[in-house]
Design a protein around this ligand. Structure first.
Ligand SMILES: [Zn+2]
Length: 128
């Protein structure tokens, strides 16, 4: 919706019409009042837009942070060590945070071991 659609023209329509062509104080005052009303409507709109802009900028900042983190994933994968100091490492910590974190294994079901990350709590099954 454009500015001109949103700003009401009612005030202008309500203005009293004078048939005479002479400069009138009443006409001048009335035009001034209509102009002030238009300005007040734009001011109210500006207040709404300020809030909308703040929310949009916040969202842009969030998206940029998520984008940057997403762009890091393959670099983190390249740096990720599956085993470090004799311990299996958490894939989630490795890719989400670029951190090495040990996972403890214990026997699970169906000839699978259940691994759990000490740091983030991530769990996964892997063949024994
Ligand atoms: Zn983890």
């Amino acid at each position: 919706m454009g500015d001109m659609d949103e700003i009401k023209n009612d005030a202008a329509l309500k203005a009293s019409r004078h048939s005479g062509g002479s400069i009138s104080m009443k006409t001048e005052d009335r035009i001034w009042a209509v102009a002030e009303e238009f300005a007040a409507q734009f001011q109210a709109k500006a207040t709404r837009l300020r809030t909308d802009l703040m929310k949009a900028r916040q969202r842009v900042a969030e998206l940029e942070a998520e984008f940057d983190a997403s762009m890091q994933a393959f670099k983190r994968l390249a740096d990720f060590q599956v085993i470090r100091e004799g311990e299996y490492q958490c894939a989630r910590c490795g890719i989400f945070r670029g951190a090495q974190a040990a996972m403890k294994g214990r026997p699970g079901r169906h000839q699978l071991d259940l691994f759990k990350c000490d740091t983030c709590g991530f769990e996964m099954e892997a063949p024994q």
